[in-house]
Design a protein. Structure first.
Length: 333
């Protein structure tokens, strides 16, 4: 019985006595074997601590698309106490990548602008287009009848012709447009073929304008005189009407051609000139065909006699003018 009481006392009192110790150094063996091993924690700083807070800045990853100049950007200049501000400012200027303040100076030779007269020609073309636009707006009925009579043969040709003859003002304005556009076209064509290349373009245009005015003035007076003498005024009036109607259409056609010739795209310039000459040749042939058909209705006219007239009053003057220009160019150069 006593032996059992001793065992109970041993198993109850001794462990209680051991765990009730305040000093753990008395039982090192039991501490190492029974107590769990805990890793010591680092001291933490509270948010409200007066100590200086440490901020960590994460470096941004550099992309491959950054310009190569970014690698050569100098480091930030550290300003120290006692540094000269002027020296620091010079360092900033010297390390600038975009403005070479301390680089070797470059010498740039400036050439004086040569004015070739295209600006004036542009404004003249603007005035011509505006001029035709006013005629188109104010005399729209006249232009409608003119295009109808030119492009479409109708039974009302006589009536339309009389209506057009009763409006002399738009007819005069369109004739003036033909003279201006025709003279400019002739001057540009002469310049393209190196005829009178040393002559100023504006002076050459004035020569061509005077030549056209002289040709059609002489033709008009000659036909009127012949019609009055031979008493065929009606036939000459019809012929003059056809001549000036074709001239009006040629003046309208030459407006875009002048724009393409004055400000050309050189690879297609020969094609533009060839096409314009072809269209003008078609207009000339149309004038001969229509005038012969209408004049034959007024008087008895043989085709051979009409051909003689064309050679004497239409083709021969043009050949003489061309021959005179070639002779003048050969003597000049």
């Amino acid at each position: 019985m006593k032996k059992n009481l001793v065992l109970v006392f041993y198993w109850l009192i001794i462990p209680f006595f051991l765990f009730a110790q305040t000093e753990t150094d008395t039982l090192p063996g039991i501490q190492d074997s029974l107590l769990p091993k805990v890793k010591p924690l680092a001291p933490q700083v509270k948010n409200d601590s007066p100590a200086v807070k440490k901020k960590t800045v994460k470096a941004l990853p550099q992309k491959d698309s950054i310009s190569p100049l970014a690698d050569s950007v100098p480091a930030v200049i550290v300003i120290k106490a006692g540094d000269n501000p002027i020296y620091l400012f010079q360092e900033v200027l010297r390390n600038n990548l975009y403005y070479k303040f301390f680089g070797k100076p470059l010498q740039i030779v400036m050439q004086e602008k040569q004015v070739n007269g295209s600006e004036k020609f542009f404004y003249l073309l603007v005035i011509l287009f505006f001029y035709y636009g006013l005629i188109r707006v104010i005399f729209s009925k006249y232009l409608g009848d003119l295009f109808t009579l030119f492009f479409r043969a109708t039974l009302r040709q006589q009536q339309l012709r009389e209506q057009l003859l009763q409006n002399p003002l738009p007819s005069l304005l369109l004739n003036i447009q033909f003279l201006v556009t025709g003279s400019l076209y002739a001057a540009l064509l002469a310049r393209y073929n190196n005829i009178l290349a040393q002559t100023d373009l504006w002076l050459l245009s004035l020569y061509c304008l005077g030549l056209l005015v002289s040709i059609y003035t002489v033709k008009f007076l000659t036909l009127k005189t012949m019609g009055w003498i031979l008493r065929i005024s009606r036939a000459t009036d019809v012929y003059l009407f056809i001549v000036f109607m074709v001239n009006k259409m040629a003046g309208i056609f030459l407006l875009p051609v002048l724009l393409l010739m004055a400000f050309p795209y050189y690879p297609i310039l020969p094609a533009i000139i060839a096409l314009s000459l072809f269209v003008l040749a078609l207009l000339l042939g149309y004038r001969f065909f229509v005038s012969f058909r209408l004049v034959r209705n007024e008087i008895k006219l043989n085709l051979f006699h009409f051909f003689l007239y064309l050679c004497a009053f239409e083709i021969a003057p043009l050949l003489l003018i061309y021959k005179a220009l070639l002779t003048f160019v050969e003597r000049t150069f």
